[in-house]
Design a protein around this ligand. Structure first.
Ligand code: PBG
Length: 416
């Protein structure tokens, strides 16, 4: 096909086309031809461009006739008064790998994806969605309508995992929290509805008695205020089985009773729920960051605090003890809670267990970022994305976050 050709001419004046595609010489010849190979219905003559062959280009360069290319760029000017100094005698300049967006993204060690998010959703019996004062942008969603819409929005941007937190009417609360395993209770009913509408949605549940307890504690309270361990675990097993029966994919004990993971595994297996996973709140601290959540569910402890079951925020090694127990009892996922103030604990579990690690960015963390943004003290969106990325960097595989929808929209390039 190389019937005719033109050798690139070094004396031609520079033009953009010349170096954008160095294979095309500046003086391509175009002519019309009827191609014998063209389809029978191809009546119009075809336009051909004939190029020089590679060897002709090479011969030109060997002969010292170089094709045109842009000149070496000039050294950029510096501000007047910039000191003139010898360059530092250093071998490593880590800034080299950060000098453009392309380098930075090539060497980025951690990434965020909507697939990493689990979206916590508050549900109630009502038909209305009730705003939660302490958590701007969050609602107690009507289980039948508002919830389904919120889940649809989340799925649209790649968030296909949710965790449900119910607000239970006071009249159904009791000292032993039996409503927790009512097959027609709010959570099992909601799970069935969600699974009916979105069979591939992954549903996590919270296993603990506090939304159902008239005392607002995660377990059964004895007369003297002691939270009873083994009796509570018995209730939690029934709760987990009821959730599994309704279609839950992952049950998540957040109660911090001892031995509950093993007992729950056995209870689930005995009922034929071998496929249901357990995400254990392995290191859940007695934290003041849960304040807005308790307001959302009206689940504040009626007396005292949760320090005899949740961990002391001062403790690090103790998380290893909890981790070993949960691993040996058969947990599938280990969770650390809260998130950002406990990055060291996330890293500790990451480095000591091969299991997936979850981080819970709790209500207080969420509300602080929202409040700081509303007061224009910080850039809400940037701080949101940075906080989530940092949880991943510390070693979290998945993140439970009230920002799931907002952050996923951001990752999909959508503004709010
Ligand atoms: C209850 C539970 C709590 C949270 C999740 N599950 C509150 C508590 O332990 O008092 C807190 C979540 C948040 O603050 O976002 N078992």
């Amino acid at each position: 096909m190389m019937a005719s050709s033109t050798i690139p001419n070094a004396s031609l004046t520079f033009n953009c086309q010349t170096y954008v595609d160095l294979k095309s010489p500046p003086t391509n010849i175009s002519y019309l031809s009827s191609s014998p190979l063209s389809a029978p219905n191809h009546r119009l003559p075809r336009l051909f461009t004939v190029r020089a062959s590679d060897s002709e280009f090479e011969a030109a360069v060997v002969a010292g006739k170089f094709p045109e290319a842009p000149p070496v760029p000039p050294t950029p000017a510096v501000p007047v008064g910039t000191p003139v100094v010898p360059s530092l005698p250093i071998q490593r300049r880590p800034r080299r790998n950060r000098r453009s967006a392309t380098f930075r993204s090539a060497f980025q060690e951690t990434n965020l994806s909507p697939a990493n998010f689990v979206y916590p959703l508050f549900i109630h019996e009502g038909e209305e969605d009730t705003p939660i004062g302490a958590m701007p942008g969050c609602y107690r969603l009507g289980w039948r309508h508002g919830l389904l819409q919120e889940v649809a929005k989340a799925r649209d941007v790649g968030v296909n995992s949710v965790v449900l937190f119910p607000k239970i009417p006071d009249a159904l609360k009791s000292p032993t929290g039996d409503e927790a395993y009512n097959d027609n209770g709010l959570v099992p009913r909601t799970i069935r509805l969600l699974k009916d509408k979105y069979p591939d949605l992954v549903i996590y549940t919270d296993v603990a008695l506090d939304p159902y307890s008239s005392d607002g504690h995660d377990g059964i309270v004895r007369e003297d205020g002691v939270i009873m361990n083994d009796e509570t675990v018995h209730q939690l097993c029934k709760q987990a089985v009821a959730q599994a029966r309704a279609g839950a994919d992952v049950v998540s004990p957040s109660d911090m009773m001892d031995g509950r993971v093993g007992a729950m595994r056995a209870a689930l297996d005995a009922e034929g729920f071998q496929h249901v996973s357990i995400m254990s709140y392995t290191a859940k601290y007695a934290s003041s960051y849960y304040g807005p959540f308790r307001e959302a569910l009206n689940s504040n402890p009626r007396f005292g605090d949760k320090k005899t079951y949740q961990m002391n925020p001062a403790n690090y090694r103790e998380a290893l003890t909890e981790m070993r127990e949960d691993e040996s009892e058969g947990a599938d996922i280990l969770l650390v809670k809260p998130g950002l103030p406990y990055l060291d604990i996330i890293r500790l579990l990451r480095d000591n267990s091969p299991l997936p690690i979850a981080a819970y960015q709790v209500s207080g963390e969420y509300s602080m970022i929202k409040a700081g943004g509303a007061l224009k003290m910080i850039d809400e969106e940037k701080v949101m994305m940075e906080s989530l990325l940092c949880l991943r960097r510390a070693g979290a595989d998945i993140i439970l976050t009230y920002f799931a929808l907002q952050a996923a929209k951001c990752l999909c390039g959508e503004k709010r």
